[in-house]
Design a protein. Structure first.
Length: 359
């Protein structure tokens, strides 16, 4: 049972049934960045979602949003940030590059202003923990207890393929919703709701467990402002990154499958979706190398990186692995086509012509 295949199929299913944007594998801690990674994030649209879509396709760096740079008079970038100058410089450059800031150059100094006010664009955030096989739970209980006590996201859901018993339900916090996911060969994926989630108090202080020692666990009390900032970072990362951050192997056994509405890396040899990064290559018994002539990297499909020191945003590429196909697999175009996210919104184009003016 592959957790990776489960995750991609679940995302493809949710994309067709939920409003807003989805991402995979994002950090959901506050006091210990990277301490907790959530498998799937669903960010629901807020009142100004359309304004966010128009602004830029990329994640906006948090430092740029928090800065004193506004939409009115352009400000000297150095005086507009309350953080280390290197972080401020990097956020300024990235915000200009993605079209959130526009720049004027006066007397050897860069002055910046926001192209548009940062919108109130996201609503509830739902975190999903995937555990296809409850017989191999790993740290599941501790992870879900952390999610509930921190209450960074509005709802937490456990998604599994296993039959869920009363004993399973008793072991996980009662606030956690439970989905049983049915995946039969050739049939559309179905979600059976075993238990509805309870809304978590995202506006109240949260408790984040840090290190566990024999007999005691270090904790951090996380204040609501810190949670709100982290929620905004999660929402931004989700918007910019999306969930199509997987690769297609350069192997003849890969037969990309779009029957779910999203193109997924299906392997004929394994009979399931595969994670090219960890499963494919010469050491695989079914590896059938595709020649360079048959493989075409589609640069447009590689998500742009984010300068907000988030390594998770630097992954993602797609290869044309079907030699008979004249069209490269362009996951970015597919995301543009199938979701509210826009790869090349008007705001970005306006900013680029604005830059020419000062260039
Ligand atoms: S390398 Fe192995 S797992 Fe990957 S697509 Fe080829 S046969 Fe399948």
């Amino acid at each position: 049972m592959s957790e990776f295949a489960f995750e991609l199929e679940l995302c493809a299913h949710l994309e067709t049934r939920r409003d807003g944007v989805l991402a995979r594998q994002l950090g959901a801690s506050v006091a210990d960045p990277g301490g907790r990674i959530l498998d799937v994030l669903c960010v629901e649209p807020g009142p100004e979602f359309d304004d966010r879509v128009r602004l830029t396709s990329e994640s906006i760096p948090d430092a740029a949003i928090e800065s004193a740079v506004g939409t009115g008079r352009a400000r000297y970038w150095k005086t507009a940030f309350d953080c280390h100058p290197d972080r401020a410089r990097s956020a300024t450059e990235r915000a200009c590059e993605i079209g959130f800031f526009e720049r004027e150059h006066r007397k050897g100094r860069d002055y910046v202003r926001q192209v548009a006010r940062y919108p109130d664009w996201y609503g509830r955030i739902v975190g999903i923990e995937n555990k296809p096989d409850l017989g191999r739970p790993g740290d599941l209980e501790a992870q879900l207890r952390t999610d509930v006590s921190l209450a960074l996201v509005d709802e937490v859901i456990l998604a599994t393929e296993s039959y869920v018993t009363r004993a399973h339900l008793n072991r996980i916090p009662e606030e956690v919703g439970v989905w049983r996911v049915h995946r039969e060969d050739g049939a559309p994926l179905e979600i059976e709701i075993v238990r509805e989630p309870t809304s978590l108090p995202v506006d109240e202080p949260g408790i984040e467990p840090l290190e566990a020692h024999p007999g005691r666990t270090e904790i951090a009390v996380v204040d609501p402002d810190a949670k709100a900032r982290q929620r905004r970072r999660i929402a931004e990362r989700t918007y910019g990154k999306g969930w199509r951050t997987y690769e297609f192997p350069d192997c003849g056994a890969c037969d990309p499958d779009d029957s779910s509405g999203a193109t997924l890396p299906y392997c004929e040899w394994k009979g399931r979706i595969v994670d090219a990064g960890s499963e494919c290559g010469a050491s695989c018994g079914g590896y059938d190398p595709v020649s360079d002539a048959d493989t075409d990297t589609d640069a447009d499909s590689v998500p742009d990186s984010d300068s907000d020191t988030d390594p998770e945003l630097h992954s993602g590429s797609a290869l044309e692995s079907d030699a008979d196909s004249a069209t490269a697999i362009d996951l970015e175009a597919e995301r543009d086509r199938r979701t509210p996210w826009k790869a090349d919104p008007d705001g970005k184009r306006r900013q680029q012509s604005g830059l020419d003016q000062f260039g």
